[in-house]
Design a protein around this ligand. Structure first.
Ligand SMILES: [Zn+2]
Length: 79
């Protein structure tokens, strides 16, 4: 999920909250239904082992924090 980038993911907020998506072009404004459930998952780090007690993460803490920082906090505010 972080590979999409926070700006792209934040773009999904409007259709998720409003259940419509509005496309604006020079020819005019079009609104389409967008009632959907967005389900996504992400690894805790790029290698997937951060926090795992069986295998050590190969990424440094700074890189893990940067990776996790690409998305905002829990999506509870979207409900
Ligand atoms: Zn890792």
């Amino acid at each position: 999920m972080p590979k999409f980038g926070s700006k792209n993911l934040e773009t999904l907020r409007q259709p998720l909250e409003d259940k419509v998506v509005t496309i604006s072009r020079a020819a005019g404004l079009l609104t389409f239904p967008a009632n959907f459930m967005f389900v996504a998952a992400m690894n805790p780090c790029p290698c997937g082992y951060f926090g795992d007690d069986r295998k050590e993460c190969t990424w440094g803490l700074g890189m893990v924090q940067r990776y996790q920082g690409r998305i905002s906090g829990p999506c509870a505010r979207w409900t």
